[in-house]
Design a protein around this ligand. Sequence first.
Ligand code: ATP
Length: 239
Amino acid sequence: APRIPLLEFREVDVFYGPIQALRGVSLQVGEGETVCLIGANGAGKSTLLMSIFGQPRAAAGQILFRGQDITHKSSHFVASSGIAQSPEGRRVFPDMNVEENLLMGTIPIGLAHADEDMQRMFELFPRLKERRNQRAMTLSGGEQQMLAIARALMSRPKLLLLDEPSLGLAPIVVKQIFQILRDLAEGGMTIFLVEQNANHALKLSDRGYVMANGQIRLSGSGAELLGNEEVRNAYLGGH
Ligand code: ATP
């Protein structure tokens, strides 16, 4: 029998009032996989990620995590069951320092592993260690992105969701962030990321989905999609 995917969408519809943002979306993320979702502005990528936490709620279809239907569960329940998100716009708590932000990430699981996990984050992100007492609002964009990812990891997630980790960052910083994601993936983390930077995302990912107008238009391995003419023309600048 096929293994149960870690995350699965089955024919999910989401509406904002009269506007349909997701149209019969089906996708799967297997344990240990890195999967990306690419698409233009307004395609519905952020909506898809947010619907995992029930905000906005699916009007039809099912969202399953480890085979369990989480479609109608609270965001608190979803976070406690092992899904963590680094939100779009690298939202950190601006007035808190780096350590305090990391501690906020433990909320779904409590403080039992906090010291040990914070040390692990400082090994993964040495830049954050140097700045552990610095207020988050004074960090550079790249450092804030690292902090948002590290904070998500502090809940020991089974699935890490990332919304546009490259947004607004200089190319060299984007490279650093993607190298960290590659290290995490090689360490066994399951990653589902939303990106407009299709080139980086597809190179990192085992598989990808292409979204347009709230629908999944294409799917395939990262390499297949990188070579796909439609993807090249629409999302890779035709190179
Ligand atoms: P971007 O890359 O620009 O963030 P996206 O692919 O993440 O785009 P969404 O943000 O999911 O797209 O938006 C999908 C559609 O839903 C868009 O048409 C958007 O205008 C609409 N939408 C998003 N949030 C809301 C909201 N709170 N109320 C009404 N419509 C919304």
